[in-house]
Ligand binder design. Structure first.
Ligand code: NAD
Length: 258
């Protein structure tokens, strides 16, 4: 049965590979991104988030079967928390009524294995409290302390914890909508290319995200998992952060979590 799926970050990397896979499977895909997509919307801003919901409603006729939030950035500044946490949450919450109107609805956000690295509790707590300006102020304070590297991991930890908290509520589980995150390791996309092209940075990445199984992955490999998690076949996986990281999480956290 063809489904209508909305993918953010659809112009590049994991989002593009996911949109391509879903189209190849015969589904209708509504792509959203800053440019080169059905919906042009800046998810770091409230008017862009409102535009996403408005246009998605128009283009889908008010019903969606899947939402996959892939849009993300990876710098040290406030944009990272605005897009990776607040943009993703606005996407999922804003489109939830359209999912609730669709058959076999499913929702997914792309987190990151970086969420298991050290984070800044001030950023994470503000994000989970839904206070965007406090989260941005905490990012600025971290940058001022020379700890800007905590911004990305904090944004991904926050959105992962948001998924676990929200997935089991009446809005999601109670409405029959599985809500999960995929936490990729290092994926070969335009986001990571500049890092991996620099031998010093590449060595740092390999040390912080060890991937003993098959090494770095391609976006098409993440798309396959995203496709399954948002398919009708997924009836009972919810509130999970599924690590697709070549074993990095098992190396980094061992058997303390499962
Ligand atoms: P990418 O840079 O190839 O794609 C990200 C897309 O998001 C781009 O098309 C970009 O235009 C879009 N985007 C950025 N800011 C936006 C905004 N304000 N509004 C709307 N769209 C915006 O990167 P990718 O590697 O495909 O990353 C996809 C997701 O996967 C991100 O959330 C990223 O954090 C996550 N991730 C990536 C890796 C990796 O190794 N590549 C690992 C773990 C998690």
């Amino acid at each position: 049965m063809p489904r209508t799926c909305l993918v953010t970050g659809a112009a590049s990397g994991i989002g593009k590979a996911t949109a391509d896979l879903l189209r190849k499977q015969g589904h209708e895909v509504i792509g959203a991104d800053l440019a080169d997509s059905d919906i042009r919307a800046d998810l770091s801003k409230s008017d862009g988030r409102a535009e996403l919901v408005l246009r998605a409603r128009e283009l889908s006729g008010g019903r969606l079967n899947a939402v996959i939030a892939c849009a993300g950035v990876a710098d040290f500044g406030p944009l990272t928390v605005r897009v990776n946490h607040f943009g993703a949450v606005a996407t999922l919450e804003g489109l939830r009524p359209l999912l609730a109107a669709g058959a076999d609805p499913r929702a997914l956000v792309i987190g990151s294995v970086d969420s298991v690295h050290p984070t800044d509790p001030a950023i994470v707590d503000a994000a989970l409290a839904g206070d965007e300006e406090a989260a941005v102020a905490a990012v600025r304070a971290a940058v001022d302390r020379g700890e800007g590297h905590l911004t990305y991991s904090s944004s991904k930890a926050a959105v992962s914890r948001w998924v676990r908290r929200r997935a089991v509520t009446a809005d999601w589980a109670g409405t029959g909508i599985p809500l999960n995150a995929v936490a990729p390791g290092v994926i070969l996309t335009p986001m990571t290319r500049p890092l991996l092209d620099d031998p010093e940075m590449r060595a740092l990445v390999e040390q912080s995200v060890p991937m003993p199984l098959h090494g770095h992955a391609h976006p098409e490999q993440v798309a396959a998992l995203a496709g399954w998690l948002t398919s009708p076949e997924n009836t009972h996986v919810t509130g999970q952060v599924v690590f697709m990281d070549g074993g990095a999480d098992a190396v980094l956290r061992g058997d303390r979590v499962w």
